[in-house]
Design a protein around this ligand. Structure first.
Ligand SMILES: NC(=O)c1ccc[n+]([C@@H]2O[C@H](COP(=O)([O-])OP(=O)(O)OC[C@H]3O[C@@H](n4cnc5c(N)ncnc54)[C@H](OP(=O)(O)O)[C@@H]3O)[C@@H](O)[C@H]2O)c1
Length: 392
């Protein structure tokens, strides 16, 4: 295993961390209409974690909500028998469940109990964005975090992030001296999305460890590639799996502390550990970096709506999250995964989806790209919306 640096901490993280969000599940209950994420296959998931730790992985990432709340209890059991001492455990506070200051202690203490840990090594505020950041400020969550560090219930404080770069910078600055680390979505397609490359560099320059999530874009970059992308991979002189290309590209960045992968099979664990063993800053040649850049361009050309996420169209008087809807639609076209896109679309707030469009036309007057927004919203709703059952 290769080991890297973790911000200002005197501790060396393994290049690969184990994400406990996509663990293998028991086969579905025949009566169930949809898979139950809490039915973790304990023996299979535990064998995967043990294999990873036995091969040098020393960081495990979970959260209060993963697997419908079942990931933390699974991890507590899986780390019995001497494994606990070999890893740092990271978990996350579900900030959306915090309504008043007293909820902070209640949730942290419940998580310590679920994890059977007096002290949580790495504690994150989960999925911060502009809205939840307002709550962090109004409820004094940073001061509370400082207290939890002081009384020893957590060893290191950080946050995971899903919003625009400007919000990221604000959060990094506001917690200066308190944050040890942050967790961002980063992969060769998301260089300008959310925190992006700028965020990676900004946080690392301020001494924060940067943990990367979604390095394979939730698996999309490893699945069957569209013909133009597949051709580029075939033409590359280096022979790598698509997952390996994605991971090595991230490890090539010196600012990255560790890369989390939510592996769902033992084969993926073995492959990604083998990738991590070969990883290094500068491991990709100029020629290989150029191939990845061509692949990125080829994927991006598959986007059908030329939305640049400038947000001039917002706020929509009816609440439609126009760039968010278009990003999901474009992703469905780029990665050819309609099922996943429909799932992400369903996760938008009901009032943010395209069916709220009243065709007032305000957005089209403001769009610098001249996009026919109203017609695209209609198409997006038809493509991504929940299908109505037959009448009656
Ligand atoms: N804080 C947050 O808001 C947040 C959000 C997302 C993730 N996370 C954390 O970050 C971790 C990593 O994110 P992620 O799970 O999205 O990572 P990821 O590595 O981008 O996606 C994981 C998926 O990639 C595919 N995959 C992984 N290794 C592969 C291989 N060798 N070959 C082929 N396919 C492979 C699998 O998908 P298939 O098996 O389906 O093909 C797997 O389920 C999560 O597990 C979680 O702990 C946190």
């Amino acid at each position: 295993m290769q080991y890297r640096t973790f911000g200002a901490l005197d501790w060396r993280p393994s290049a690969l961390g184990f994400g406990a969000m996509r663990l293998p599940l028991l086969s579905a209950d025949p009566e169930a209409t949809k898979p139950d994420p809490s039915r973790i296959d304990y023996p299979a998931a535990t064998a995967m974690l043990h294999w990873a730790i036995d091969h040098g992985v020393n960081y495990v990432d979970t959260a209060y909500i993963y697997h419908g709340g079942a990931s933390e209890p699974w991890l507590a059991q899986a780390l019995e028998g001497g494994y606990r001492e070999k890893v740092k455990v990271a978990t996350k506070l579900p900030i959306w469940d915090v309504k008043k200051a007293a909820d902070l202690d209640r949730l942290l203490d419940e998580q310590r109990e679920r994890l059977r840990m007096e002290r949580i090594d790495c504690y994150l505020l989960h999925g911060l964005d502009a809205e939840s950041w307002d709550k962090v400020e109004s409820l004094g969550v940073l001061e509370w975090g400082a207290g939890a560090l002081a009384d020893g219930r957590i060893a290191h404080f950080g946050f995971s992030f899903h919003d625009d770069y400007s919000v990221f910078e604000r959060i990094v600055d506001a917690g200066a001296g308190l944050w040890s680390f942050c967790q961002i979505q980063y992969n060769y397609m998301d260089t300008e999305f959310q925190a992006g490359t700028r965020g990676l560099e900004y946080a690392a320059a301020r001494g924060l460890a940067v943990v990367v999530m979604e390095p394979i874009r939730g698996g999309m970059l490893a699945r069957k590639a569209p013909p133009k992308v597949a051709r580029l991979w075939r033409q590359a002189r280096a022979r790598r799996s698509r997952a390996d290309w994605a991971l090595q590209w991230i490890w090539d960045h010196p600012q990255v502390s560790l890369v989390l992968s939510g592996m769902s099979t033992m084969r993926q664990v073995r492959e990604n550990v083998a990738s991590a063993e070969r990883s290094a800053v500068g491991a990709l040649s100029e020629e290989e970096l150029a191939v990845v850049a061509q692949v990125r361009d080829a994927y991006r050309e598959l986007a059908v709506i030329p939305c640049t996420d400038c947000k001039y169209c917002l706020p929509c008087p009816n609440g439609v999250q126009i760039p968010g809807v278009f990003a999901i639609y474009n992703d469905a076209e780029i990665y050819g995964d309609r099922a996943r896109a429909r799932l992400y679309y369903a996760w938008l707030e009901e009032g943010e989806r395209a069916d709220r469009c009243a065709r007032c036309g305000r957005c089209e007057e403001l769009c610098p790209q001249g996009i026919g927004i109203m017609d695209w919203l209609e198409k997006a709703q038809a493509f991504l919306g929940v299908e109505q059952g037959p009448a009656g």
